[in-house]
Design a binder for this molecule. Structure first.
Ligand code: GSY
Length: 290
């Protein structure tokens, strides 16, 4: 375990968390201290921000969570805040002190607080993720199956997959129709590790980024990662455009219509030209597992 730390101390945000009606209606101030253990030597040598945790980004995540939707318990909010730290793969341990200096307890007090410490391994339990795969160059069907098989070979576990759909292009429309499918997987990877693996799957299928939004042999997008909300330059979760895309909502809705309802989304099949039966695809994927 490294002895280096990044510390964000005395952050103050107004939020609406608690079990009492007044806490939800009126809100109150929250104070947060974060202490993140990670090896700072690489950034010390390179002087490069990408070798360390960007604490401006972490601050923005904490602010959005404290000012965002209500948690009944500060234990749950503290747990969410700790999880943000592990979005940076270098972070080994996170300590969170979350205080309510104005907790309405009927008498004077300095603050009510929780303090939690989490190791990366506490967060490396299994996560559920939903991915969208697309291809409109070469053998589209084989590209999708090859991409999915690659992810399984790298250790992701298949929980479910949609059928393959032929879909009209969205965005830049002067290009061939796509084949799309969605996968429901479990993984121990953190969101940024998963993103790297998805990019590696694209690379393995010789994807070349020539025209933005243009034709591609394989595109792998992370739609959902548990209920994690992230807003980093390289990754936003849930996927910010998933709700507008029939080629995402159709396959997701086929696998789990309840999931769409939980997210407040309608299944949308407009623009889907052809559906290849899911059972065929499921057989092919499972056959390819080692
Ligand atoms: O990120 C998705 C790539 N993409 C697609 C796609 O996968 N399917 C359809 N139908 N249209 C698309 N436009 C883009 S960009």
């Amino acid at each position: 375990m490294s002895r280096d730390k990044i510390i964000l101390k005395g952050m103050r945000f107004y939020g609406r968390h608690g079990c009492l009606a007044a806490e939800l209606e009126l809100g109150q101030w929250f104070e947060v201290d974060l202490e993140l253990t990670l090896d700072l030597a690489p950034a010390g040598k390179s002087d490069d921000l990408s070798d360390t945790l960007n604490y401006a980004e972490l601050y923005a995540l904490v602010k959005a969570a404290v000012e965002g939707p209500s948690f009944a318990l500060i234990e749950a909010l503290a747990d969410r805040l700790a999880g943000f730290g592990f979005a940076w793969p270098q972070v080994e341990r996170v300590k969170v002190l979350l205080k309510k200096p104005q907790a309405p307890l009927g008498g004077p007090l300095d603050y009510a607080a929780v303090e939690i410490e989490r190791d990366r391994k506490d967060f490396e339990s299994v996560h559920q993720v939903w991915l969208s795969l697309g291809s409109n160059l070469g053998d589209r069907y084989e590209n999708l199956l090859g991409g999915a098989s690659y992810l399984l070979d790298q250790g992701l576990e298949l929980l479910n997959n949609s059928g393959v759909y032929e879909t009209a292009p969205v965005g830049y429309t002067d290009q061939p129709d796509f084949y799309n499918m969605a996968l429901h997987l479990s993984t121990v990877l953190d969101p940024l590790e998963l993103l790297k693996l998805c990019q590696q799957a694209e690379f393995e299928h010789k994807r070349e980024r020539t025209v933005r939004w243009g034709p591609r042999t394989l595109d792998v997008d992370i739609l959902l990662y548990d209920r994690v909300e992230l807003d980093l330059p390289e990754l936003t979760l849930p996927h910010p455009r998933m709700a507008e895309r029939a080629f995402v909502l159709g396959p997701l809705g086929e696998m789990d219509p309840g999931l769409l309802r939980k997210l407040g989304l309608e299944e949308n099949r407009e623009g889907i030209v052809l559906q290849i039966h899911a059972a065929d695809v499921r057989m092919r994927l499972v056959d390819k597992k080692p």
